[in-house]
Design a protein around this ligand. Sequence first.
Ligand code: AMP
Length: 215
Amino acid sequence: MNIILLGPPGAGKGTQAHILVDERGMIQLSTGDMLRDAKDSGTEMGKVVADVMARGDLVTDEIVIGLIREKLQGEKGGGFIFDGFPRTLPQADALGELLAECGETLDAVIEMQVDDDALVGRITARSTCAGCGAVYNDVTKPIPADGVCTNCGEAKGFTRRADDNEESLKNRLMEYYKKTSPLIGYYYAKGMLQSVNGLGEIADVKSSIAGALDG
Ligand code: AMP
């Protein structure tokens, strides 16, 4: 089963994707993670995208479609979770074509609905395990006092994302409403859209997603 997690920054896509990876053996394809890796390892492409990401703008369709194409050719089995991709209509068209080329289908699109007010609070309190990318939140899921990640069991430290600040978030939200939210209608028209309330506890959101996928 191949699915898209769709929603604004801070909706909890990464958190729920990690759960689906752990519990269902699915493969998470996060373009945000791929771009951060490229930036951190100082590749040419990483240098090009660094400023764009820091501002909260979208990276070009060409770059992200290229990243997904590479991954789809390299990974097999388990089912893919597209996390943060597609973010524009051309990306959505390209994903359909890429999946068809690999003999795969898109089975569900889960829209995670969260109020803007909650997003600011979540994002400014967010940190990530440097080892496995598990997401923590100062209020709802604080970093363990012993510094050991409850997900991977390692103590590799926790980082805050450079673009998790109010200024960049404002821009990321504008980009979401202008360029990504049209995908809600796009997938609704294809009969694939399922919307869940992303505001509750992590376990409740997880159950809603399971209901959407299995129900
Ligand atoms: P994320 O980790 O999904 O919040 O993405 C972080 C940043 O990476 C975004 O603010 C964009 O600058 C860039 N990015 C990630 N995915 C995409 C995408 N599908 N299209 C364009 N830019 C993206």
